[in-house]
Design a protein around this ligand. Structure first.
Ligand SMILES: [Fe+2]
Length: 305
């Protein structure tokens, strides 16, 4: 049956201007995926020519030279990598400057991405501290990752820490390249503006992602994602993989952040004690509210539009 309101809603949705962030994320995914796909393509070409050179009774100099060119190209491709987009500096109209902590050794630094997002910064904080959204919102990018249980919650002076077990139930999940199927992930609040996610990899290795969330106005914030790892992989390769992964997850997050911004998110900060107790996965968010909600109320009028 013809429903004019549904048609109108559809026409509105397709005529809405796409966010510049969405375009940047899609461009990142395309560029870095293309670069990653170039690696097996060059390896295949070099191996093919190498096999052809040795499979004939007389060694083919032409095939050998093609094979060597392929290997040199592969080395240059990996070493040169792709230039990182340098973020534009954003002016913050703050009475008190926000201090961001960076405790990771510089040798572990892999990549950084910065975005200006058209949502209140508390929506971002809520999203980052909502453990359950890894299952629901990132079903595609994390390959049906499951949050099995919350193992530990610990308060700290400036925030808190939560440890939770996650499981990859599919044998084809690409994340198995880095980590065991079941690992304990750590989520930490370092300050009102910094949240860290630490995922253990094989052996004593890890991948750390530091999210810095800075309010720019009542309706906008800046999100910086710093990625660190001590995995013994070529850095350019790891950088491309982590940037594709972070761009894809942020692309998935945009509708969720939009949804949070449209609802009365103040309600999220005033939940009853009974409701809090029933939701273990949100303990870290409740800790954030207890520590920093007043700071947010204080900061709000100082922000410029
Ligand atoms: Fe997310």
């Amino acid at each position: 049956m013809y429903k004019p309101e549904k048609l109108q809603a559809y026409l509105t949705s397709i005529s809405e201007r796409r966010s510049p962030v969405e375009d940047t994320l899609k461009r990142n995914i395309f560029r870095y995926s293309l670069w990653l796909l170039g690696i097996p393509a060059i390896i295949y070409g070099a191996i093919d020519r190498g096999v052809a050179a040795f499979s004939r009774p007389v060694l083919s100099v032409t095939d050998i030279s093609y094979c060597l060119i392929g290997l040199v190209l592969l080395l240059s491709w990996i070493c040169i990598g792709l230039a990182e987009d340098s973020p534009e500096p954003m002016a913050l109209a703050q009475a008190d400057p926000i201090e961001l902590v960076d405790s990771a050794p510089s040798s572990d630094y892999i990549a950084q991405q910065t975005y200006r997002l058209p949502f209140p910064y508390l929506c971002q904080v809520y999203h980052l501290l909502n453990v359950q959204h890894l299952e629901d919102i990132h079903r595609f990018s994390l390959g049906n990752l499951k949050v099995i249980r919350i193992n530990q919650f610990q308060k700290t002076q400036t925030g808190g820490k939560i440890r939770f077990e996650t499981m990859l139930d599919s044998p084809f999940n690409v994340l198995r390249l880095w980590r065991n199927p079941v690992v304990e992930v750590e989520l930490t609040i370092h300050s009102p503006h910094q949240i860290e996610l630490k995922v253990p990899a094989y052996g004593e290795k890890f991948i750390r992602v530091l999210f810095s969330v800075v309010p720019l106005s009542t309706t906008e914030h800046q999100l910086s994602i710093h990625m660190f790892s001590n995995l013994a992989w070529p850095k350019e390769l790891l950088k491309a993989m982590l940037i594709v992964a972070s761009s894809l997850t942020l692309l998935e997050d945009l509708p969720y952040l939009n949804h949070l911004a449209r609802r009365n998110y103040d309600q999220l900060f005033s939940q009853t004690l009974a409701k809090r107790r029933s939701n273990q996965a949100m303990q870290l968010f409740h800790r954030y509210v207890d520590l920093h909600n007043s700071a947010w109320s204080y900061r709000q009028p100082q922000l410029s539009e």
